[in-house]
Design a protein around this ligand. Structure first.
Ligand code: GAL
Length: 411
């Protein structure tokens, strides 16, 4: 996957109408398919054949009283993956404190439910949508409905391949994977491996999630030279994205696949040295499989992402080795600033960065909502957490450390 260098900061002031953004930057440069999971980029504005709207069983928060800031629809994918509960809470709190009325929904990882939730928000005449897509391609029809209603859309954390999306707020997801790959190289000292061979297995994320491909490619672009040289050996032979992907980031799915690999390829005493996991929910399943089904006596290096509580406990206990932490409270602050600028019709460019004291890049090159349609993006910076710097999480004020040394999230 070709990826433009991050950090391209264009000083041009974009002529931005309320809906301008991804579909109107005017940049005609052809770009690589940036739907990084490897599947074809969704053609823009295709009409997905939506299922009949399922009865809304979402965890919707009752709309607050009308605020003078306007009404914001916040569509989160699920509550079954820990981080989204925080994203939803932080976003809701930020916008309410800023005087907005909010509608917050969680769609139980069901795309048809998310379509229904967003349609309900449009029916409630929201002024702006913030959407973390379950499956970006399944939202095409309702994104077109938002565009028809002149409702701007911020793609939150996960890019949606539809030109109705005005802006994208996330982390540098390729760098998330790169940090995981580099951690493996450094901690196994692969640069100085000589004739040593380290056995590696791989677990990637949900193929429906546009982020999953970026995490995978970010890590594999670092690790592939060591696989090609034979320093890293994937004993199962399972390396391509579709084979190592995990539907819905499901812990049990990751557990079952890891158990199958261990019983098929490591029961004869073969040593397993490292397991690349794209996030914490899948790392939890892999760690459970290794604990129950791996016969070796060595400690297996396991990567993750998100700083989920159970995984932080595993890091303290030496079962997981690292996680890539993304401060989603900061992500909500950046999203609020962007939403306020959009709704007040301000020109959106890198000057917005000065409205918050958060390390963030303004990027107009790396992401597209369809071929050639660049999506102006605000990308926050991820950080590596190990048992040696857990205090950094406590210092954010978003975690507390108990007397047992384990961390709990404050919200
Ligand atoms: C990704 C997100 C990650 C990961 C996964 C599961 O899109 O960026 O934080 O945890 O979803 O929620």
């Amino acid at each position: 996957m070709k990826r433009k260098l991050l950090g391209t900061l264009l000083s041009v002031t974009m002529a931005v109408s309320l809906l301008a953004g991804c579909g109107s930057s005017g940049d005609s440069a052809p770009a690589a398919n940036n739907n990084a999971g490897g599947n074809d980029a969704a053609p823009a504005n295709t009409e997905a054949a939506a299922e009949p709207a399922a009865p809304a069983e979402s965890q919707a928060e009752a709309p607050a009283t009308t605020a003078d800031g306007g009404k914001i629809g916040i569509s989160m994918p699920t509550q079954s993956l820990e981080r989204w509960n925080r994203d939803g809470a932080y976003l809701n709190d930020q916008f309410k404190a800023a005087g907005y009325e909010t509608i917050l929904t969680y769609s139980d990882n069901k795309s048809e439910q998310q379509v229904n939730d967003i349609q309900n928000m449009l029916a409630e005449n929201v002024d702006l949508l913030i959407v973390a897509a379950i499956d970006g391609e399944a939202l095409n029809m309702v994104m077109n409905e938002a565009a028809d209603a002149n409702v701007p859309v911020i793609a939150y954390d996960r890019l949606i391949m539809n030109d109705a999306v005005s802006y994208y707020v996330s982390f540098d997801n390729y760098t998330v994977g790169k940090l995981q790959g580099e951690f493996i190289v450094e901690n196994l000292d692969l640069e100085n491996a000589g004739d040593s061979v380290y056995n590696l297995e791989i677990t990637a994320g949900d193929p429906a999630d546009n982020n999953a491909g970026y995490f995978y490619h970010g890590a594999m672009d670092v690790l592939n030279p060591y696989i090609e040289s034979g320093t890293l050996n994937v004993v199962s032979g399972q390396t391509d994205f579709d084979t190592v992907a995990t539907e819905q980031w499901n812990t049990d799915t990751a557990l079952e696949r890891a158990q199958n690999i261990l019983s098929s390829y490591y029961a004869d005493g073969t040593q397993l040295d490292v397991w690349l996991c794209s996030n914490d929910s899948t790392a939890l399943g892999v760690a459970q499989a290794i604990t129950s089904d791996y016969a070796g006596s060595n400690s297996v290096l396991i990567t993750g992402q998100d700083g989920d509580e159970a995984n932080l406990k595993n890091i303290v206990d030496g079962i997981q080795t690292m996680t890539v932490y993304k401060n989603v409270s900061n992500e909500s602050v950046v999203t609020l600033s962007l939403a306020q600028a959009i709704l007040s019709g301000e020109t959106i460019d890198e000057s917005l960065l000065s409205s918050f004291d958060i390390e963030c890049a303004y990027d107009t090159e790396s992401y597209e909502t369809s071929a050639g349609n660049k999506c102006p993006s605000f990308l926050l910076v991820p950080n590596v957490i190990t048992k040696d710097n857990l205090q950094d999480l406590v210092d954010t004020g978003l975690y507390t450390m108990g007397e047992d040394g384990y961390l709990s999230a404050t919200n």
